[in-house]
Write a protein that binds this ligand. Structure first.
Ligand code: GLV
Ligand code: MN
Ligand code: MN
Length: 411
């Protein structure tokens, strides 16, 4: 009976370790595979070799998304799973990678049991989910669903000055499958929670109901460099001061708004960045997120208002670039219930919760019923090499993925 089928946790763990060895951060369990770097290419090559070992039909599209398909009894759109294998520079081994390798494991378990599902099964990894090198995040899945013109996507310039198109060609992942990609029957993504809720509440599985809205802005403030010792405070055009005041304001604003509002200044670059020079220019990024679109817009307005007043008072100018802007996304209710029912049927404790992080599933939700499964993250740590999920939780999550996909493949 396919409802008795389970994944092999040792095989899944072994693949997680093999992939994490590429770009490994010495002395940690984590890895650094920024999108479209040599490390990302090596990770891609490894995962595609595993797809081929399983006899999957593999396609790579023009933005470098890779999809491996196992045929079903009928032609038609597959039940798709997947995630990403790019990481931030201080990445853990589970963020994204778990969803891709658990997808492979699901297919291996199904094949090993000699089962041919009614519908095809597919596992995908999407390009540049993290957005740490190229903005926006979730770029590959956004392009997959037709949310960005391919010329625009290929022209995006990363933090190191390289373009998506050039880097795809350089690493040999400028594939030929056209975009938008084929619409799946349904999409279901397994991911680590990356937050503390499941662990604190002693739960094994999260049935993810939604993803909060994301607003990323890059601000470049221009002032005037001058001598740090001789320039009276009232005569300064200190771009660094404006950036620092804005960073503090982001924290104060989140505390004032409360609820789900979070805010981060994650990147700051001063020029000329010297101890005794008032900064000529300051570049910084602001990441604001909220589950409520109206509140997110309010936070954006409050921030821009503060920036405008602070820059004017310091006689500085500024330019703003939107790096990413995605509204909150609700997942398919029936699919969320199916995840919850499947998890409780397998005996796992669970809750339904929103996601604080962005995910490829939120893009797929634009074109097909989509949902996600979360497993606990120890101490709520992610985007950190110490990210950790216990093997029994990985196993539980992958089994929920397996059984949810098998049921979807019969509908
Ligand atoms: C992307 O994964 C994000 O949530 O920052
Ligand atoms: Mn992720
Ligand atoms: Mn991430």
């Amino acid at each position: 009976m396919s409802s008795d089928l389970r994944i092999d946790i040792d095989r899944l763990q072994a693949r997680l370790a093999d992939l994490a060895a590429i770009g490994e951060i010495a002395g940690t369990e984590g890895c650094a595979r920024l999108a479209l770097t040599d490390e990302d290419r090596d990770g891609r090559d490894l995962v595609i070799s595993w797809m081929r070992d399983l006899g999957l039909e593999v396609t790579v599209d023009v933005i470098g998304n890779a999809v491996g398909v196992m045929a079903g009894e009928v032609d038609g759109p597959p039940v798709m799973t997947g995630s990403h294998i790019d990481t931030v520079r201080t990445g853990g081994r589970y963020d994204g990678n778990l969803g891709v390798l658990a997808g492979l494991e699901v297919i291996e378990a199904v094949k090993a049991a000699g089962i041919t599902p009614h519908r095809a099964l597919a596992v995908a990894f999407f390009t540049n989910e993290e957005g740490a090198r190229f903005s926006p995040d979730m770029l590959g899945s956004l392009a997959y669903v037709g949310g960005i013109a391919i010329e625009e996507a290929l022209a995006i310039i990363g933090i190191d000055g390289a373009s998506v198109g050039d880097e795809l060609a350089r690493i040999g992942y400028d594939g030929s499958a056209p975009l938008p990609g084929p619409v799946p029957h349904a999409f279901i993504e397994l991911h680590v929670e990356q937050g503390p809720v499941l662990e604190i509440e002693g739960l094994t599985i999260g049935a993810v109901s939604s993803v909060q809205g994301i607003s990323w802005t890059e601000i470049k403030v221009t002032g005037q460099s001058n001598h740090a010792g001789t320039t009276p405070m009232h005569m300064r055009k200190d771009s660094g001061f404006v950036a620092a005041a804005c960073a503090t304001f982001v924290r104060d604003l989140c505390e004032e708004l409360g609820g789900t509002q979070v805010g981060t200044v994650g990147r700051v670059e001063f020029l000329p960045n010297l101890v005794n020079v008032v900064p000529e220019s300051a570049m910084f990024t602001v990441d604001l997120r909220n589950t409520d679109e109206a509140l997110l817009q309010y936070a954006e307005r409050r921030f821009l208002d503060f920036l405008q007043k602070t820059a004017a008072a310091e006689s500085c100018t500024y330019e703003i670039t939107t790096l990413a802007r995605f509204e909150p996304v609700e997942f398919d209710r029936k699919l969320v219930s199916l995840v919850a029912k499947t998890a409780s049927g397998l005996g796992y404790s669970l809750k339904t919760l929103p996601s604080g992080a962005g995910h490829d599933a939120q893009m797929l939700a634009r074109v097909c019923p989509s949902a996600m499964i979360f497993t606990p993250s120890h101490n709520g740590l992610s985007h950190n090499p110490a990210e950790y999920t216990a093997p029994e939780d990985l196993e539980a999550g992958a089994n929920v993925l397996l059984q949810t996909m098998l049921q979807l493949a019969e509908t």
